[in-house]
Design a protein around this ligand. Structure first.
Ligand code: HEM
Ligand code: HEM
Length: 186
């Protein structure tokens, strides 16, 4: 009998890896969507919707560490014969997506915590008020806004890459994250 366990020989990531990927993709999309709507609401009436925006964004931050650990420990490398440059580009793109996942919630949190007022999060809890710190508030808000088009561009390129792998390269990169696309013989 072989002493190599099924997880050791599997080329597919553990289900937890794609599950976290899709949950966090939805949360990022929701934070983005609420952020856009929020900008349309007059400042005086913005508190409630901003609380929901913050809650969704904080969830992204909370899930970040479990995700990184899951990717590192539970996802065997994909078998790809892509050119070195393509692999490097994928690494850079994923790195930048991780950066956006951290930078957006952190700058959002800093912006509200240095605005000089109490910030209720969807009636659940309040964020600490560090007092009005003008430079930090303005800087964090600017970085938060800077990342919005960066995130959109990265996600568009990321989705194009996933489609390219599946329909042009005919490899397993998308199937690793969408089990229903896996061939029966694989
Ligand atoms: C995944 C995380 C997040 C994403 C994708 C995101 C996205 C956005 C977007 C799209 C906007 C509208 C910006 C514009 O169109 O100019 C926005 C604004 C804002 N977000 Fe976030 N956000 C995230 C997390 C957070 C968190 C955790 C907080 C606070 C706790 C926060 C606080 C704010 C604030 C205060 C604004 C308004 C800035 C202003 O009025 O100029 N965000 N965010
Ligand atoms: C329809 C939308 C999306 C599709 C089709 C998609 C597809 C994929 C696929 C196929 C992989 C595996 C790549 C590999 O193993 O080399 C992957 C990984 C990844 N995706 Fe997406 N993705 C989508 C949305 C997003 C969004 C919105 C984000 C973040 C804002 C994101 C961030 C990442 C990151 C950081 C990885 C690296 C591995 C991991 O953390 O699980 N994706 N994506």
């Amino acid at each position: 009998m072989s002493d190599v366990s099924e997880t050791q020989i599997s080329r597919w990531p553990h289900w937890f890896v794609p599950a976290l990927h899709w949950i966090m993709a939805l949360l990022m999309a929701a934070a983005f969507g609420i952020g856009q709507v929020m900008e349309e609401v007059p400042r005086a009436e913005r508190a409630e919707i901003m609380g929901y925006h913050a809650l969704v964004g904080i969830s992204v931050l909370v899930l970040f560490l479990p995700r990184i650990l899951a990717v590192l420990r539970l996802s065997p490398p994909a078998v790809q014969d892509d050119p070195r440059l393509v692999k490097i580009m994928a690494r850079i793109a994923h790195g930048l997506l991780y950066l956006a996942m951290i930078a957006m919630p952190v700058t959002g949190l800093l912006a509200v915590m240095t605005s000089g007022r109490n910030f209720p999060v969807a009636g659940l809890f309040s964020l600490p008020d560090l007092g009005r710190i003008e430079w930090l508030h303005e800087g964090a808000e600017e970085i938060h806004e800077f990342f919005v088009p960066v995130l959109v561009t990265l996600v568009v390129l990321h989705v194009i890459a996933a489609v390219w792998h599946h329909y042009i390269r005919h490899d397993d990169v998308l199937a690793r994250y969408v089990p229903s696309l896996r061939r029966r013989d694989s």
